[in-house]
Design a protein around this ligand. Structure first.
Ligand code: NI
Length: 204
């Protein structure tokens, strides 16, 4: 668990720096989205092109018009990803009809193993509307970079398949225009995530 804690702290520092930059930007009024809107540059999120769990090519624009709650991980993750995605699904259930404004999205950091079929089976465990995204190493790598996610392969044995992925663990809430709105930390309860999302949706 110490490794995970370190990653979380490191990733939190990256997000913290990004938010600090936004906050300090000239012309800041009241809210991250306003600043991003004026500079035209989102520090977290942006264009991506991936394949959904039904095998269709999708881009960031595919998700415009609704909020998107994004989590990066991998299906072979023993504990962190399943628990985080379970919280995501539960939070959306708790929100009732309000949750219809949010598309839950799971993006793999392990495209080597996470096939379209595997992603489909996996996301169906957590929420009926959850979208699983995978793609080529290059396309997934680009998405990881766009969202400033930390992900790194760690060998666990001699077999090529013997590896795990270290990765940061955050929920990113994007607005209907695809711009970053806020993030929620790993370990949040379904109740708090539901409340946080509901509050943010009401003000955007
Ligand atoms: Ni994981």
């Amino acid at each position: 668990m110490s490794r995970i804690m370190l990653i979380t702290v490191a990733a939190a520092a990256v997000i913290g720096a990004a938010i600090a930059t936004l906050t300090l930007s000239p012309g800041t009024m009241n809210g991250v989205s306003r600043v991003i809107g004026t500079t035209g540059q989102a520090l977290i999120g942006g264009p991506f092109k991936l394949t959904n769990h039904e095998g269709n090519t999708v881009t960031d624009k595919t998700f415009h018009g609704k909020h998107m709650l994004v989590y990066f991980g991998f299906t072979h993750c023993p504990e962190i990803c399943p628990s985080s995605l379970q919280v995501m699904g539960e939070a959306l259930e708790r929100m009732g009809p309000v949750a219809d404004a949010v598309t839950p999205v799971f993006i793999t950091v392990d495209p080597e193993r996470d096939t379209v079929e595997l992603m489909g089976d996996y996301v169906s465990n957590f929420h009926p509307r959850m979208v699983g995204l995978t793609g080529s190493e290059a396309d997934v790598g680009a998405a990881i970079k766009t969202f400033r996610v930390f992900a790194q392969k760690v060998k666990t044995g001699d077999d090529p398949d013997d590896y795990t992925m270290d990765h940061s663990s955050f929920y990113y809430l994007m607005g209907p225009d695809g711009m970053f709105l806020t993030h929620f930390n790993h370990g949040i309860s379904p109740e708090k995530l539901a409340a946080g999302l509901t509050e943010r949706l009401a003000s955007s």
